[in-house]
Write a protein that binds this ligand. Structure first.
Ligand code: ZN
Length: 347
């Protein structure tokens, strides 16, 4: 019986020890596990922060790429604009080349907003070069009326009409058969017109037969004008125009007359009144429809005997040209001459 009480506590203590050992072991195991979990958590945390950093880096990289793309796109746009501009420039250049190669014809419309010549262009109103002798006024339009084959009974009426418009003109006079009207020569000069030579005889066969024949004819009419007016003429017009007569004689005469200081004028607008079939209406029409088509309108008319249709047309012509803003000028040596033929036989 005595052994029993001792046995029980021993058993209890043994069990307790075993329990303690188990608990101790479990504690140690748990601690180890806790520590390993702690380490694992730490590692995971580290990994996480690495991932975060990586993510941040990636997203900033993406952002960079996006802004790069954007700037590339805008550069591309600029390049496209530049190329389009270059294309425009090239097409303008090729249009210019086209218009230059088209035989110099400037009236081919090159279209678009390219510059076109306009004889009435009023931009840059002060940019006009000076010419010899006179300062051109801005946008001034000059017309040069010329009267051949006078003086005649019509001349004083022509002079009065010109005065009404404060118009100056040029008279290319013929002596033969007109001497009874010679008093009008000085009247022409007095009223501020230009007195110029046309011929003594106005006979083509005579005057164009040789240079000397021409000079002999001209000497007569020159002396006549100087004697009657005291005025020394310096301009002349060939009977029939400079295209009349043989070309050889024509060139030689021009050369010789130029050597003597004379300047000859043909015309750029013909009234058509050389023919007696031309009516007053025809004359008005011929002048008014053509005067605006030339740069320098030098109008051929006649005030010789029988040219009543011209006299009748004159008021309408003067009125029309005045309305169109023309200033009526007389010719002088400073006016660039209209000439059908030069002193050189090359043409
Ligand atoms: Zn004539």
């Amino acid at each position: 019986m005595k052994k029993k009480p001792f046995l029980i506590p021993s058993a209890c203590a043994g069990i307790l020890l075993i329990a303690c050992a188990i608990l101790g072991y479990q504690y140690a195991t748990l601690d180890t596990r806790y520590k390993s979990l702690e380490t694992e958590a730490f590692h995971l945390q580290e990994d996480n922060s690495d991932l975060n950093t990586q993510l941040e880096a990636t997203s900033s990289e993406l952002e960079d790429n996006a802004s790069q793309l954007e700037s590339n796109a805008s550069k591309l746009e600029e390049q496209e604009k530049y190329i389009a501009g270059q294309k425009d420039y090239i097409s303008q250049l090729s249009e210019q080349i086209d218009s230059l190669t088209k035989d110099g014809s400037s009236d081919s419309s090159s279209g678009g907003d390219s510059w076109e010549y306009d004889p009435d262009n009023d931009s840059f109103p002060n940019l006009y070069a000076a010419t010899d002798g006179e300062e051109p006024q801005n946008n001034a339009k000059y017309v040069y009326l010329t009267f051949d084959d006078g003086p005649s009974s019509l001349t004083p009426k022509v002079l009065d009409l010109l005065d009404q418009y404060n118009a100056k003109a040029t008279f290319f006079v013929v002596q033969k058969n007109n001497e009874e009207y010679e008093e009008y020569l000085s009247e022409i000069v007095k009223r501020g017109h230009t007195l110029a030579l046309h011929s003594y005889s106005h006979n083509y066969n005579e005057i164009y037969s040789s240079v000397d024949a021409f000079l002999a004819d001209y000497e007569k009419v020159y002396d006549w004008v100087k004697e009657k007016t005291g005025y020394t003429p310096s301009l002349f017009r060939f009977p029939g125009g400079s295209n009349n007569g043989s070309s050889y004689v024509g060139h030689q005469i021009i050369k010789e007359m130029e050597r003597r200081g004379f300047v000859y004028f043909d015309w750029s607008v013909s009234s058509g009144d050389g023919s007696n079939l031309t009516t007053t209406e025809n004359i008005i029409d011929n002048i008014c429809t053509h005067v605006g088509t030339v740069d320098l309108p030098i109008v051929l008319m006649h005030d010789g005997s029988g040219k009543d249709a011209t006299l009748a047309a004159l008021p309408s012509v003067l009125q029309y040209l005045a309305d169109e803003g023309y200033e009526f000028r007389s010719l002088d040596k400073n006016v660039e001459p209209v000439q059908f033929r030069s002193s050189s036989p090359k043409e």
